[in-house]
Design a protein around this ligand. Structure first.
Ligand code: FAD
Length: 498
């Protein structure tokens, strides 16, 4: 089949009834549910872009294996040009949602592509697991499926390993093996967009302890697999608020969910890692399953930070405060932050290396640097937006006020910005800003930047450890010590006295 249209994506959702729970209610028609309707349309637009003549060649390519047109996320990067082609996809899709939707389909396309490129890794633990990951890659590529992923255990007791938890299966694990496949039980978090995706892939961060084998699994399933429940968090938008009042929050909410598996059958052909703590721990360091999607996250994060920066500049300009030195300092901090991330993302691409499999890997150091910087830069950007918008963020009336003839005149008079900025423009701009920096929607966006790819605190620790391993000595420091010693009177005296 190759690339789908938005309508085909929506029809795919319509054809299935996963067990989605929201506010104690089982949702039977996700496509028409007010909470999911608009985000589904926003994702559908991404699929449609694949058919838009302006974008098609930038975000899709002809698959060598099938001759069909497929998404660039399925491109196995072999050189810098391929990485660039992939980046164009990330940019175009990220810009479509202003970078506010993080788990667009490209994210997991890349994870699975990288896993399949490294089938040798899975094969070490059984030939069939290598075949399974390749077949799964082909299946999602050729059917252009949209995946969610659940890789973290629920926060039950983080001081204990999975096998030490009070309940043997609070963390997802294997109950038994059958002829048909694995029977799995327990929970995984935090599957963003799960209710509106086609399939889930389960794997884990490293960190399995001896005794954890039965929890060290990786597999993929359709979301309507019997026994699989999707528990949504409380929604941040009820789907009824207007796009005038909530220009972003009403469009781009990414629902997050916990997945609970009630003795779910995972057919053997969908198993990639089977109860193997060693494989679970080595998946990240030995394959590009972690690194390759960081490229998408970097480009998407750049788009989001750029957007918030532009909103802050627009707000400052609209009320004439961008001539003040303190405001200029804050805006420059944001602009320089964007430029830093842009430069790092480009360096990662240019300094790619080839693995033994011929897979082009972007340079991990700049990508991990972005991963370290964004969780600090993004909250800072939001703080700056709040500081520049100040009280104005809290005085915005609603769209309904602007169309009521009794008060319209006041609306148009008292909410104006600097010369040339109408009341309506100013209020709508401040509402855009408020969605980002005040609404629960905006708080979730912030939490996303902190945690979307793991705990930033431990990531910084790992970054330092890897740096130390790769830089076991510091020759410049040694030279500085050596040279100054040789030049010192103390050294000369010591030599004379010996
Ligand atoms: C908006 C959002 C969307 C997400 N989307 C997805 C998704 O689509 N798929 C997915 O699989 N996951 C997703 N995640 C989950 C994400 O991977 C986790 O939130 C992240 O890995 C951090 O884990 P945690 O939330 O369990 O925090 P924890 O690991 O429980 O950490 C909680 C706190 O305790 C500290 N801490 C915990 N353990 C240790 C330790 N051993 N040493 C030192 N400090 C420790 C941490 O520093 C942190 O401050 C998402 C998260 C968010 C917020």
């Amino acid at each position: 089949m190759g690339i789908r249209t938005g309508e085909q994506y929506i029809n795919g959702l319509r054809s299935r009834t996963p067990e989605v729970w929201l506010r104690g209610e089982k949702i039977t028609d996700v496509v028409n549910h007010p909470v999911f309707k608009q985000p589904i349309k926003e994702i559908a637009k991404l699929f449609d872009l694949q058919h838009d003549p302006e974008y098609q060649d930038k975000i899709t390519h002809i698959c060598e294996e099938t001759g069909e047109r497929v998404n660039n996320g399925y491109l196995i990067p072999r050189n810098g040009e391929d990485l660039k082609a992939r980046r164009q996809l990330f940019e175009i899709w990220a810009e479509s949602t202003f970078g506010l939707m993080g788990r667009t389909p490209d994210f997991l396309n890349i994870v699975v592509t990288s896993m399949a490129t490294n089938d040798w890794f899975f094969r070490q633990y059984g030939e069939q697991y290598g075949d399974n990951i390749i077949n799964y890659y082909r299946y999602i590529r050729d059917n252009d499926l949209f995946l969610t992923h659940a890789i973290v255990n629920p926060q039950n007791d983080r001081s204990k390993a999975s096998f030490e938890q009070n309940d043997e299966f609070s963390h997802l694990g294997v109950v038994k093996e059958t002829e048909a496949g694995l029977i799995v039980r327990g929970a995984k978090m935090l599957a963003t967009l799960a209710p509106i995706t086609d399939e889930v892939i389960v794997y884990s961060y490293p960190g399995f302890k001896p005794g954890d084998d039965k929890y060290a699994i990786s597999f993929a399933l359709p979301l309507d697999t019997p026994g699989l429940r999707i528990y949504c968090r409380e929604e941040m938008q009820d789907g009824k608020r207007s796009t005038w009042d909530h220009p972003l929050a009403s469009r781009f909410e990414e629902m997050d969910a916990i997945l609970v598996f009630h003795d779910v059958l995972v057919p053997w052909e969908r198993v990639f890692i089977n109860q193997n703590a060693e494989a679970g721990n080595l998946l990240y360091p030995k394959t590009g399953a972690n690194l390759q999607p960081s490229h998408q996250s970097a480009v998407r994060g750049l788009c989001k930070l750029s957007f918030v920066t532009d909103v802050a500049c627009s707000v400052a300009d609209a009320i004439g405060v961008d001539g003040f030195l303190n405001v200029q300092n804050q805006l420059s901090e944001l602009i320089q932050g964007v430029e830093t991330i842009r430069a790092l993302a480009r360096i990662a691409e240019y300094e790619y290396t080839l693995t033994d499999q011929g897979e082009a890997l972007p340079n991990i150091v700049p990508l991990e640097t972005i991963r370290g910087l964004l969780p600090k830069m993004y909250p800072r950007a939001i703080e700056i937006l709040q500081t520049i918008g100040a009280g104005g963020l809290l005085m915005s009336p609603s769209g309904a006020d602007f169309v009521n003839p009794e008060i319209m005149e006041d609306m148009e008079k008292y909410y104006v910005g600097r010369l040339g900025v109408s009341s309506e423009k100013r209020v709508r701009l401040f509402k855009l800003a408020w969605d980002l920096c005040g609404e629960a929607f905006g708080q979730r966006l912030l939490q996303y930047e902190r945690y979307y790819s793991g705990d930033p605190v431990r990531k910084m620790g790992m970054f330092y450890n890897v740096h130390k391993k790769n830089n076991p000595s510091y020759p410049l420091v040694e030279r500085a010590l050596e040279e100054s010693l040789l030049m010192s009177e103390e050294y000369k005296t010591k030599v004379q006295n010996v």
